[in-house]
Design a protein around this ligand. Structure first.
Ligand SMILES: Cc1cc2nc3c(=O)[nH]c(=O)nc-3n(C[C@H](O)[C@H](O)[C@H](O)COP(=O)(O)OP(=O)(O)OC[C@H]3O[C@@H](n4cnc5c(N)ncnc54)[C@H](O)[C@@H]3O)c2cc1C
Length: 335
C-alpha cells in the first residue's frame, strides 16, 4: 500500500483540476483497505477510480482511496454464458479488451469508456444502448461502518440511468471491491444506436465478433469525444433529461426536428441538442469550454479553475432552462 498526505489530486482526475487531498491511499487487498480505514477513522472517505467522473471544486480534507486490485477471472461457465468476476480497480476498458479478444459478448458497446470496474457499477455506465446493469450479476463491497463485506444482487443495486444505490447514502460507506458480470458466448449484438451500424459498414452482422463491434464503437467515440490524456474533461457533463409526454409535445410543436427517445414514463431528449439550440457550442468561461464536437461535454482547455467549470455549467443550465423550461442535472459528481 502507499499512503501520502497533502498531495495534489491532479493525477487523480481527468478534468485536470489541481486541488489537494489531506490523504491519498492506494491498497492492494481488502486487508490493507481495512487497515487504512482504521488508521484514518473519522475522516470523510472518497473512493476514486480514474477520477473520470469527478469535479473537484476545492481541496478535499479527507481520505481518497484508490484500489490497485485489478484481477479478473471466470467464476462460472455454461455452454452459452460465462460469469466473470473483476476486481474494482481494474480498468473497465482493459477488461472489455480481454473479453473482446475471446469474443465474449455483452460489454463491447461500453468499450473505451474511461474508468474502473468499481465505478462502472456506481455510475451504471452506459453507451450505445447498453448499460452496466444489463450485465452486472452482483457487486461485492466493504461496508466502512461495520468493516464487514457484503454482496448486492443486481436488483439490490437499484440501478437507474447513471445511478445506483451506491450514489445514495452509501457514498463513502460502501467501497466496491469486485463485480460479477454475466456475459454471453454467442449472443446478438446491439447495433441500433449512435451510428454503430454505419461504422461497421457492409459487414454481414451474423459474422461479426465482439472485437469488430468494439473497434466500431471506439472509432465512433474517437470522432466526437475528447481523449483522456489529451484534453481534460469528465465526459458528458449533464444527463439527458426525461420530460413528461405533455412537455415533450409542447416542445415538438415548436421544434419539429427535435431528436427523442420514447420511454415508458416519459420522453428522453438529448441534452446535447438542447445545448446546441441555445448557441452554447464552443462557449467559454476562463479555461473551460463547451466541446465543439459534442456539446454535452465541458472541457478544460488548460488552466481552468473549478470555478470556471462550475460557472460555465451554470450558464448552460440557465440557457436551457430559459429556452425550454427544462432543468439539466449534472452527470459529473461535484466533490
Ligand atoms: C472522455 C470521457 C468519456 C466518457 N464517456 C462515458 C460514457 O460513454 N458513458 C458513461 O456512462 N460514462 C462516461 N464517462 C464518465 C466516466 O468514464 C464514468 O462515469 C466512469 O465509470 C468513471 O470511472 P472512474 O473509475 O474514473 O470513477 P471516478 O470518477 O473516480 O468515480 C466516480 C464515482 O464512483 C465512486 N467510486 C469509484 N470507485 C469506487 C469504488 N471502488 N467503490 C465505491 N465507489 C467508487 C466515486 O466515489 C464517484 O462517486 C466518460 C468520461 C470521460 C472523461
Amino acid at each position: 500500500m502507499t499512503i501520502r498526505e497533502h498531495i495534489s489530486l491532479l493525477p487523480y482526475n481527468t478534468f485536470r483540476i489541481d486541488v489537494e487531498a489531506a490523504v491519498v491511499a492506494e491498497y492492494e487487498s481488502v486487508g490493507e483497505l481495512k487497515s487504512i480505514l482504521r488508521t484514518y477513522s473519522g475522516m470523510p472517505v472518497l473512493p476514486v477510480g480514474e477520477g473520470s467522473n469527478l469535479l473537484f471544486t476545492r481541496n478535499f480534507g479527507g481520505l481518497v482511496l484508490r484500489s490497485r486490485m485489478q484481477r479478473a477471472k471466470a467464476v462460472r461457465e455454461t455452454a452459452g454464458e460465462v460469469w466473470i468476476e473483476a476486481e474494482a480497480g481494474l480498468r473497465l476498458d482493459d477488461l472489455i479488451a480481454q473479453l473482446a479478444d475471446m469474443d465474449i459478448r455483452g460489454m463491447e458497446n461500453l468499450s473505451h469508456i474511461p474508468g474502473t470496474v468499481g465505478a462502472a457499477a456506481v455510475q451504471n455506465v452506459g453507451a450505445y444502448g447498453v448499460e452496466a446493469k444489463d450485465v452486472i450479476e452482483k457487486v461485492s463491497v466493504l461496508d466502512t461502518l461495520t468493516m464487514q463485506t457484503r454482496t448486492y444482487t443486481g436488483e439490490q443495486c437499484c440501478f437507474a440511468y447513471r445511478d445506483s444505490v451506491f450514489k445514495h447514502g452509501k457514498r463513502g460507506t460502501c467501497i466496491i471491491t469486485s463485480v460479477v458480470f454475466r456475459l454471453s458466448k454467442g449472443g446478438p449484438f446491439r447495433l441500433d444506436y449512435g451510428g454503430l451500424r454505419q461504422a461497421l459498414g457492409q459487414d454481414d452482422v451474423s459474422r461479426l465478433s465482439a472485437l469488430d463491434v468494439r473497434r466500431a464503437v471506439i472509432a465512433v467515440r474517437r470522432a466526437k469525444l475528447p481523449e483522456v490524456g489529451e484534453v481534460g474533461s469528465a465526459g458528458s457533463f449533464f444527463k439527458n433529461p426525461v420530460v413528461t409526454k405533455d412537455t415533450f409535445a409542447a416542445i415538438k410543436a415548436q421544434y419539429s426536428e427535435i431528436p427523442f427517445f420514447p420511454l415508458e414514463d416519459g420522453v428522453k431528449i438529448p441534452a446535447a441538442w438542447l445545448i446546441e439550440q441555445c448557441g452554447m457550442k464552443g462557449r467559454t468561461v476562463g479555461g473551460a469550454q463547451v466541446w465543439e464536437k459534442q456539446p454535452l461535454v465541458i472541457v478544460n482547455r488548460g488552466g481552468a479553475s473549478p470555478g470556471d467549470i462550475v460557472a460555465l455549467a451554470q450558464l448552460v443550465t440557465d440557457a436551457v432552462r430559459d429556452r425550454f423550461s427544462i432543468t439539466l442535472t449534472p452527470e459529473v459528481n461535484y466533490i
